[in-house]
Write a protein that binds this ligand. Structure first.
Ligand SMILES: NC(=O)C1=CN([C@@H]2O[C@H](COP(=O)(O)OP(=O)(O)OC[C@H]3O[C@@H](n4cnc5c(N)ncnc54)[C@H](OP(=O)(O)O)[C@@H]3O)[C@@H](O)[C@H]2O)C=CC1
Ligand SMILES: O=C(O)[C@@H]1CCC=N1
Length: 266
């Protein structure tokens, strides 16, 4: 696959790392204005670093856009004359709808929106996908790319903002939970490195139980909670302090913020 990542910042670099590790690229063009910030990719076979978005578009079939929303319109304007019937446009940009993209490049283009997360760097991204009518003819390509770098779910575009909170921001939310678990483990006597090891692998195990068994979390909780034991005592204390409520309120606040930003942009 001949892929370009237009805007190789935090997310673009994560996608690039995943693609390079996965070895699925024929060529990979990485663009940004300050090339000194992508030098870590210099020298990789078939990887080209450039400030020239038009050149990247000309040399690639799949264009993954990973710039801030404020930069997207100008970039589309610059490259649209160079788009051909081969190009598949994949936007990871938060709050920038398919109709806005079609307004720039036309409805006859293959347009897909993807909402991955930074775990794409290690092949573990939960990525939600949606597309325009034309894009349905190329959605399998996007699924192949992102399934190779984690797990995908096709959703209606109306759920894209919610997917951003749950999956993209979700990495930050889970990091905070893992950090808090680490801090508790240190207080209980482990050194910092060991504490993080316990927190990381326990959270990985918990997620894998659900992925492998397909159970509801409470079924797995029931297997751990000895009557009158330490687990239920800890869990109930966490709920008295609002653990679930705090997470839900935080994610709803995050969702409200995305919608507010979108309205400001309109
Ligand atoms: N970070 C995340 O976890 C996720 C982010 N997203 C979305 O992805 C997009 C990118 O986010 P993120 O990576 O965090 O943002 P960053 O600001 O880290 O990256 C955007 C990059 O775009 C580059 N850029 C700006 N203008 C141009 C241009 N004209 N041509 C080429 N490159 C350009 C900038 O580099 P330079 O200044 O050198 O040009 C910058 O590094 C956003 O829309 C965000 O909402 C979606 C899911 C997850
Ligand atoms: O925090 C943000 O607004 C962006 C969208 C998802 C991840 N980063």
């Amino acid at each position: 696959m001949k892929i370009a990542i237009i805007g190789t910042g935090n997310l673009g670099k994560s996608i690039a790392k995943g693609l390079i590790t996965n070895n699925t690229i024929t060529s990979l063009y990485l663009t940004r204005r300050h090339l000194q910030d992508v030098q870590e990719f210099d020298g990789y076979k078939n990887v080209v670093l450039t400030t020239d978005n038009i050149e990247a578009v000309k040399q690639s079939d799949i264009l993954i856009f990973a710039v801030q929303p404020a930069h997207f319109e100008a970039i589309l304007n610059t490259i649209k004359l160079y788009l051909t019937e081969k190009h598949v446009l994949i936007s990871t940009i938060t709050g920038y709808g398919i109709q806005n993209i079609e307004n720039q490049v036309g409805t006859d283009r293959f347009i897909i929106r993807a909402m991955p997360n930074t775990a794409i760097a290690v092949g573990k991204s939960m990525t939600c996908l949606c597309c325009n009518t034309q894009g349905e003819k190329r959605i399998k390509i996007a699924e192949a790319i992102f399934n190779g770098l984690g797990h995908t779910l096709s959703i209606p575009e109306s759920q894209m903002q919610a997917a951003t909170v749950v999956c993209a921001s979700g990495i930050a939310f889970w990091m905070r939970l893992i950090r808090a678990t680490t801090q508790a483990a240190i207080q209980l006597g482990f050194d910092a490195k060991e504490a993080q090891e316990l927190a990381m692998y326990t959270s990985e195990g918990a997620a894998h139980l659900l992925i492998t068994n397909g159970n509801h979390p409470e079924e797995e909780i029931d297997r751990v909670t000895t009557p009158m034991g330490c687990t239920i005592t800890g869990l109930n204390q966490m709920e008295h302090k609002g653990l679930s409520s705090s997470l839900i309120q935080g994610m709803v606040a995050s969702f409200n913020k995305i919608n507010a930003i979108k309205e400001e942009q309109i």
